[in-house]
Design a protein. Structure first.
Length: 566
């Protein structure tokens, strides 16, 4: 799959949401005010799809001098936890956004929602149903045929009000009764067929404690929460389009103001080679396929952060994919392209050898060591240079040597010259092997006048290969985690009758021990990012310590899965 990347500086036209907002401002709707909200359910960690929604909601508020609320839609205490709210707050801040005022919660409005529910009962627009959820679901039938009305649909207002209050007071068993809206059991929109508004649930709520034993359903809560908060543009993904008539119906019964939120739907982010369902991601965590929600192979924001992605790269990705009205699948290569673009400009270059083999420079004095100067980042003029130790024995990548090399192999082989990055030109003179035939030592000679930057004619002589290296006497050891895509199939969740876990990539993590790194990295702290020259971009893992350095590969230097045309 080829991905066309817009040229830098290219002027982008307004997306359809921006067009609607600008029309509303011009019309003076809501006094020209723009207020959005980001309303996650605290039942899991946020993923890259939520990052798109965060960038959209907070970005539009900033662009139009408006406000964006953070509201946790915490109406299902059986699946919600403060761990999730904490992680969501951290993710939003890390992405570079700030919500307006205090954090809001749907649970802040439970008293108001209950009062409105009684108002609907008194108006004859809601009733208590004694049937089970399974029976109620079966009575709704299908869009092609009318549903069956509940035998409790025409209870008196007095009886409904009494039963609802007794539900609230904890007099009935869980699952024995629900409150339903009285709308239309023949509506082609299944969400309008007397939807459930409240159910009995004897679960401790992480914010309200045991105050409530009845909880409002999401569809009853969402639109009214937007209304209470003064949201002008309620942005939802396309699966909520069919819910919009229900949200509006509830508001029609409960308010009589000119103002009301306008819901606008956009296409959610679908990314190949991953799954974007919190339920699926939770399975991976609970079944031990990954190391928690922030495993660097996960599409969660915390996983991307641990892997070494930057907030700038994720915001760039959200900007490049744009906002669409129809669902489509984005190639994960575009996300990887964005992080390369950002890290290329910002990360320090260092030398690290992942699969080392020792090289001895036989004509270099055994008792001599020196330092060579190497630039930190050629893309950043202010980054300066650093000094790197050099000596008689060094390590190079095992794959940079080939005993029987083809003609166009420009790395190290017997009789061929290569330059050591920032140092000398060397020529391989021979090798040593163990009993199994594995190369254990490479012998070279060096040209003393060829040191980079010395100004001698020999130092300016061109050779076709340049290798990175690490001095053996100064090297530090580290563990390196090479992460690949978590799934082998581009649509792991798109196969009927095949469990998505069947497509897990058994090679999504390779752990390399005994890697040799230059000593400047011995003070590297968790979260620090680097480019290992000629290898890729890496980030220090959260479990790394000075005595046990661990680096995660963020992304390789080049895309090896798909062609990207800039």
């Amino acid at each position: 799959m080829e991905i066309n990347i817009p040229e830098e500086g290219e002027v982008k036209s307004l997306n359809f949401i921006e067009q609607i907002i600008e029309e509303n401002i011009e019309e003076g709707k809501n006094d020209g005010k723009v207020q959005t909200r980001f309303p996650p359910e605290p039942n899991g960690y946020l993923h890259i799809g939520h990052a798109k929604a965060i960038c959209l909601n907070f970005g539009l508020a900033k662009k139009y001098n408006g406000k964006c609320n953070l509201r946790f839609d915490d109406t299902n205490p059986t699946k919600e936890d403060v761990e999730y709210t904490d992680s969501i707050e951290e993710d939003i801040k890390w992405l570079g956004f700030a919500w307006d005022g205090e954090i809001r919660y749907a649970s802040d409005y439970f008293d108001q929602l209950y009062e409105w529910a009684e108002k609907m009962i008194i108006a004859g627009e809601a009733y208590v149903d004694d049937q089970s959820a399974e029976v109620i679901s079966a009575q709704k039938k299908s869009p092609m045929e009318p549903g069956i009305e509940s035998p409790y649909r025409n209870r008196s207002v007095e009886e409904n009000l009494d039963l609802f209050r007794r539900m609230k007071n904890g007099e009935f068993e869980e699952g024995s009764r629900v409150l339903r809206a009285k709308i239309d059991m023949s509506s082609p929109n299944m969400h309008m067929r007397d939807p459930i508004m409240y159910r009995i649930n004897y679960t401790h709520h992480y914010r309200t404690g045991d105050k409530w034993c009845i909880y409002p359903m999401y569809d009853y809560t969402h639109g009214q929460s937007d209304y209470i908060e003064g949201v002008t543009h309620s942005l939802c993904t396309l699966e909520f389009e069919i819910h919009r008539p229900l949200y509006n119906w509830f508001l029609d019964q409960l308010i009589n103001t000119e103002y009301r939120p306008r819901q606008i739907e956009f296409a959610r982010l679908n990314l190949n080679y991953t799954v974007m369902s919190k339920r699926r991601l939770l399975q991976l965590v609970q079944l031990g396929y990954v190391d928690g929600w922030d495993d660097p192979r996960m599409p969660t924001i915390s996983g991307l952060r641990r892997r070494g992605y930057t907030p700038e790269s994720i915001r760039m990705f959200a900007d490049k994919i744009g906002i669409a009205k129809r669902d489509n699948v984005i190639d994960v290569s575009l996300l990887e392209f964005c992080v390369r673009e950002d890290l290329n400009k910002t990360t320090q270059r260092v030398m690290g050898i992942l699969n080392p083999v020792k090289v001895v420079i036989d004509n270099y004095p055994a008792d001599r060591t020196e330092t060579v100067e190497i630039e930190n980042n050629p893309e950043d003029e202010t980054a300066g240079n650093r000094e790197v130790a050099f000596g008689r024995e060094i390590y190079i990548e095992r794959e940079d040597f080939m005993e029987d090399a083809p003609k166009k192999f420009f790395r190290m082989t017997v009789g061929q010259e290569v330059r050591l990055k920032g140092a000398y030109i060397v020529k391989c003179t021979g090798i040593e092997k163990n009993a199994e035939g594995e190369i254990t030592l490479i012998h070279c000679d060096y040209s003393p006048e060829s040191r980079s930057g010395s100004g001698t004619p020999e130092s300016q002589r061109k050779v076709k290969g340049t290798l990175h290296w690490v001095a053996a006497h100064d090297a530090i050891e580290a563990e390196v985690h090479l992460y690949d895509r978590l799934f082998k199939d581009p649509e792991p969740d798109g196969h009927k009758d095949v469990d998505f876990k069947e497509f897990l990539n058994e090679d999504s993590l390779k752990i390399l021990k005994g890697c040799k790194l230059e000593s400047s990295l011995k003070t590297a702290q968790p979260g620090d990012r680097y480019q290992f020259q000629r290898v890729g971009y890496f980030c220090v893992d959260k479990h790394s310590t000075p005595d046990n350095l661990i680096f995660n590969r963020t992304v390789a230097l080049k895309d090896t899965w798909a062609k990207i045309q800039k």
